[in-house]
Design a protein around this ligand. Structure first.
Ligand code: ITT
Length: 185
């Protein structure tokens, strides 16, 4: 079976492809940047984008919206993670965290599955904390400063398989792949 994934992010595509292949589903990429509304919740952003793309995208397709939510910064950068990474970057976020004793944070991922003009949302959460320095070269985005709960390594210090086992995206993509495997043929 083949499912399309609309994303401009190479690393998201690699991570999701590994999950889907373990469900015997081939992910095919549509490399496209699409409109994202300004909203407080990833669910609203993902659902709007899914409906926006619905008429002109081969189905079934998925898209994903994700972000890093830091407790001491009241959830910032959250839905603005992509912009914040491109502007102030890892060092900018580490500077905002200077002197903060609560370093708790979580990554969230919402996958929208679109089939037959229906949108199903699958959510994944990874709890953890922000490191004091950037460490590791794997992964992408905020991986060098995020340590999942129960670990000493940042996501960027892990293999792709270890990151997928813990990560928000590993969880949301496993739910999406399971839903597709059970409900579509
Ligand atoms: P799309 O085309 O799929 O939208 P994008 O990179 O713009 O790609 P988002 O709008 O969902 O994706 O932005 C999420 C940002 O959150 C992403 O660019 C990273 O900066 C950060 N992020 C999300 N998941 C991450 C992960 O697993 N590791 C590190 N950073 C992550």
């Amino acid at each position: 079976m083949r499912v399309y994934f609309v994303t401009s992010n190479d690393k998201k595509f690699e991570e999701a492809s590994k999950v889907f292949s373990s469900f015997a589903i081939k992910l095919e990429r549509i490399n496209r940047k699409y409109v994202e509304i300004q909203a407080d919740k990833l669910e609203e952003v993902a659902e709007f984008s899914a409906r926006y793309l619905m008429d002109n995208t081969p189905k079934p397709f998925i898209l994903e919206d994700s972000g890093l939510f830091i407790d001491a910064l009241k959830g910032f950068p959250g839905v603005y993670s992509s912009y914040v990474f491109r502007t102030i970057g890892l060092q900018g976020v580490l500077s905002l965290m200077e002197g903060k004793s609560n370093r708790g944070a979580r990554f969230l991922s919402v996958v929208a599955v679109v089939h037959n003009n229906e949108v199903v949302l699958c959510r994944g959460v990874c709890e953890g904390h922000i490191s004091h320095t950037a460490r590791g070269h794997g992964g992408f985005g905020f991986d060098p400063i995020f340590i999942p709960r129960g670990e000493k390594r940042t996501f960027a210090e892990m293999s792709a398989a270890d990151k997928n086992a813990y990560s928000h995206r590993g969880k949301s993509m496993r739910l999406a792949a399971k839903y597709i495997a059970e409900n579509m043929d």
